[in-house]
Design a protein around this ligand. Sequence first.
Ligand code: BGP
Length: 495
Amino acid sequence: MPFPKGFLWGGATAANQYEGAWDEGGKGPSTADVMTNGSHHVPRRITWRDPTTGATGSTPVFEACEQGFPEGVEPTVIEGEYYPSHLATDFYHHYREDIALMGEMGFKCFRLSINWTRIFPNGDDAAPNEEGLAFYDKVFEECERHGIEPLVTLSHYEMPLHLVTAYGGWINRKVVDHFVRYATTVMKRYLGKVRYYLTFNEINMVGLGCFIAGGLTDVSAQAKAQAAHHQFIASALTVKAAHELSDDIMVGQMLAYNPNYPYSADPADDLLVMEREHGTLWYSDVQTGGVYPPYRKREMERESIVLDMAPGDEELLAAYPADFLAFSCYGGSTVSVRQKELEAAEGNLAMGIVKNPYLEANAWGWATDPYCLRLALNTLYDRYHKPLFVVENGIGWEDVLEPDGSVHDGYRIDYLRKNIQSMKDAVELDGVDLMGYTMWGCVDLVSAGTGEMRKRYGFVYVDRNDEGEGSFARTRKDSFYWYQKIIATNGEDLD
Ligand code: BGP
């Protein structure tokens, strides 16, 4: 049996892309709630207002991370703009139906995130919002009814907007305390119901998506490094609090990790690969390995970054590293020193620089890569020897709902079959210790990168389009039945 008994098969989601009900149940506004939609070629924007002049405007997400925002503005929701997170695909009102569908597929695990702003609407409130806590009580009860283990991300690309406007986001050490209080409140409330937590989704995105992943408006290299440091400290304190609460809770790191490929046999391309790997792996060296690696220390020196460390920080990181390492992996990313002469990759920056002639890509330029999971799992297991968890993998596609109510997503089955085979090889042939696999976006949800609905990942189709129309009705796709069989045979039968 390649996959161990109790292997956690399932699917993954994120509150800001799935829940909707952005202003219901006492929820406060989050950073995700001020992001408009975009498309493959048009970036999402963050809307803002200048509190002194009252002027409003917006900044594209990646520009906001390179140049920052205009002086003095505050990100905010603006009348007349369209924000996909506000209704998303309405898990808030469909959770019973959705979890039942997951149960029907045989899910052992459901990765979801808790909306921080349902629990602490402003982040620094004196007491948690009972209505928010009660919502997740019901969600976890439903999971239990269907024998599904929840895997909870505490902050998936969102944080209370107030912690940005009043504190400057993760650059401020006080945010660490607010996060740890939130994490502890949640872990206590759901004790015995939730055993697996992840602190920050794709923590290494704080450098590329500063606002999305770090609530940053100051985007200097110093600010990005300091924000990451505060998230590491918050993670260590969460691990500490979890272990004090119960021996039964595991807190993992969540890293965006796509293996890097050299375009050619030129060793200079390999060197580029090494540098790109360093750019990702220093985050897991700290959070999972417990220490800042020498190459990162040197890089900070070169960039004149001086971390503001409190006494005891390094000891804290070493004493409370993550219990396991979870990661997202969609396909390899290809790099070359001859980048200018070559065809550019069409995906986002994290997905690679140049087009790989050996790999196909979807309509958004994300490479579909049959080997990335085995490679990623080996790299990460060799480095940390800790349990791993594939918490995101999948393919975005513009699915078509046929008049007879069917969705024929053979391309998804094909992608998943190859990826699960690759994961199986890592377990069977290489002996990697793997806890589970949660396919990204198991029920259709809003795309994080583009804010689109048309970029769908699910086993379940949701009637909702990019114009904000649709009934939210759920429909099983062909892949629904295929995945049901994969789980039933514990990954033995991939046909
Ligand atoms: C990861 C994020 C998810 C998710 C996924 C797919 O980076 O953790 O939130 O959305 O990518 O990306 P996209 O939605 O842009 O297709």
